[in-house]
Ligand binder design. Sequence first.
Ligand code: HEC
Length: 430
Amino acid sequence: MKLIAGGSLLVASACSLIGAPTFTKDVAPILQRECQTCHRPGEAAPFSMLTYESTRPWAAAIKQAVRTGKMPPWFADPRYGHFSNGQSLTADEIKTISDWVDAKAPQGDPKDMPPPVKWVEGWQIGTPDLIYQLPVAYDVPASGVVDYQHIIVPTGFTKDTWVQAAEVRPTDRAVVHHIIAFIREPQSNWFHGQPAGKFFIAPQVKTTEEPDTSALPSDFLVGYAPGQPAEILRPGQAKLIKAGSDIVFQVHYTPNGHPIQDRTRLGLILAKDPPKERVLTLSATNGTFQIPPGDPNYRVDSSFEVSTDVKLSGLHPHMHGRGKDFLYRVVYPTNETQTLLSVPHFNWHWQNWYTLDEPIVLPKGSRIECTAHFDNSPNNPDNADPTRTVPWGEQSWDEMMVGFFNLVFPADLPVEKVLPPKSKAAIASR
Ligand code: HEC
């Protein structure tokens, strides 16, 4: 009797599951494609989705995160632009995950599990030819707010060097919010007088001062942040580090309850052959804004006109905690306008690059225009102080309005030929 009763119970529960998605058959393939880049050991996310066992406890949170669009972190309005690195879920994929969670997150037949993705451990760019490690460790305290740290590391390059791939990695991710490795060319006056090899804090800009944005545009090598990939350029393309340049690291440490040391590293893979095309990260920057206290929607614009025919391959909006939305458009010499990227809900915790599916040709005289809005009201939880007039500044309590982009052009073309007339004058006066 008992046996029969048990048997029918089993049948009944199996029946109720018929049609429900299972982890191994339906959910794991989505997680492999859209989530595991970050959700695996050693990467930025707080738990691994490599196995059923590690994923199952998070089922309810996963449903919530995909339904609200919180995960995967991708902020481009789907109506504009096509991006090759975009992680976003289709309506069907969201439904599959939700239905799986609603059916109590069954594992399914282990035989249905897709073969594991072969993730590269350690460096995503492969084994670097050169590694620059911070000459001293930074002692991250257990608590409190750490100002953005800067440190200058000379490259030691005695000749111009072409870089095919670059990656920056903290030694302890748990306390690193973001890192940017900038190239500082020998003639630059950025952080003039700061000794190399020592951590320092960028001086705060006074609202009465003309901000110095001369370091930008031109120096972004590679960044590390949730959502930001290593820079791996296509064959035949490279970034140039001129002889005598320094690397300037900017690191944002976020204490997590334990005192921790970090000694971030930058890995470079050098171009094996002289590249055909140079990739240069430039930006449309506005450094002259003053965001009024309490203003919930303050508009700031910037633009960059190309002085010769080039290609545009990627976009990266950068603002701090008051940043609200960011839009890129291109105005062609014919006055035709095209929206390239719209980020309607900017989130400064994520520093996404948007890599264009296909580079766009920008004929001479085309203008890249950016429009951003800032929320300096008390309703913005990321607003450090709504009573302040906020100027440009490198620290998180000041703001930035930078529309970074990657341009691609013949490797032997001098940069001056690409830059807008205005910045040519600025460089001449340095
Ligand atoms: C670009 C890296 C990245 C990708 C891709 C990504 N995540 Fe995350 N995820 C993170 C990080 C970092 C956190 C922790 C910070 C946070 O919660 O914002 C996180 C947190 C989470 C959390 C915890 C949220 C909470 O409310 O505590 C869930 C659930 C989650 N992710 C699910 C997913 C799912 C499902 C996918 C794929 C569909 C995905 N993530 C893709 C980086 C990523």
